[in-house]
Design a protein around this ligand. Structure first.
Ligand SMILES: Cc1cc2nc3c(=O)[nH]c(=O)nc-3n(C[C@H](O)[C@H](O)[C@H](O)COP(=O)(O)O)c2cc1C
Length: 202
């Protein structure tokens, strides 16, 4: 069976992280289950120029090339009948990219009042990978406590914090350095960033 990954885009700044993650996943034989929060949609429009309409066409305009076995299934945040809302739906992990402090707080507290929170809650109870690409700075004690609470519940907290040690040339290189770590954690092979030490002669 092809990998199934739940991707959510929330209302933190950095919707490009979600777009580049989709770009990597959809270039492979992967089934993506996409949920964009209401604030996520608003910030996405502000930051990327998305003007509504077909999201698939928008992704293609952004350079997303679909693998012939890739599937993109999108759900409304109020749709509790969607597959990601149930533990019986088998998948390989969920990534919230970017993740707002609000959604982090809801997940850390077990509040499931939209499909994103519910799908994340299901990941925790079913012990499936859940990665939160958080974006906020500076962090308050409340944020830090919520990150700690989520981390001890099994969440991977991955701040949207690019690396500079591979000499990035473009903003996209920086974004991809973060997406590479997300794919590593999902156990998905990629060639976004070379593994450190691979070029060294031993
Ligand atoms: C332009 C813009 C940028 C924002 N950036 C952030 C951010 O980086 N981090 C964050 O936690 N919230 C940010 N927010 C606030 C969230 O959008 C807001 O808390 C929202 O309720 C999050 O809801 P959601 O998690 O359901 O998407 C931003 C809002 C706007 C309008």
């Amino acid at each position: 069976m092809n990998k199934r990954i739940i991707v959510s885009i929330c209302g933190a700044s950095g919707s490009i992280y979600g777009i580049n993650l989709l770009k990597s996943l959809l270039a492979m034989p992967v089934e993506v289950y996409l949920v964009i929060s209401k604030a996520g949609g608003t910030v996405l429009e502000h930051e990327t120029g998305y003007k509504g309409g077909s999201f698939q066409s928008f992704l293609k305009d952004k350079g997303v090339v679909f693998h012939k076995q890739a599937r993109l299934n999108a759900y409304d945040t109020d749709d509790f009948f969607a597959p990601p809302a149930s533990g019986s739906f088998k998948h390989n992990g969920m990534v919230i990219a970017p993740c707002s402090m609000k959604t982090l707080g809801a997940i850390a507290s077990g509040i499931s009042d939209n499909l994103i929170h519910r799908a994340a809650d299901v990941c925790l109870k079913e012990k499936r990978p859940l990665i939160l690409l958080t974006r906020e700075t500076p962090l308050s004690v409340v944020h830090l406590r919520n990150m700690y609470k989520a981390a001890v519940s099994g969440v991977t907290i991955m701040p949207a914090s690019p690396g500079f040690y591979f000499n990035p040339k473009t903003v996209s290189d920086l974004i991809d350095s973060v997406i590479a770590r997300v794919l590593d954690h999902l156990d998905i092979k990629h060639d976004l960033v070379k593994e450190w030490g691979k070029d060294k002669i031993v």
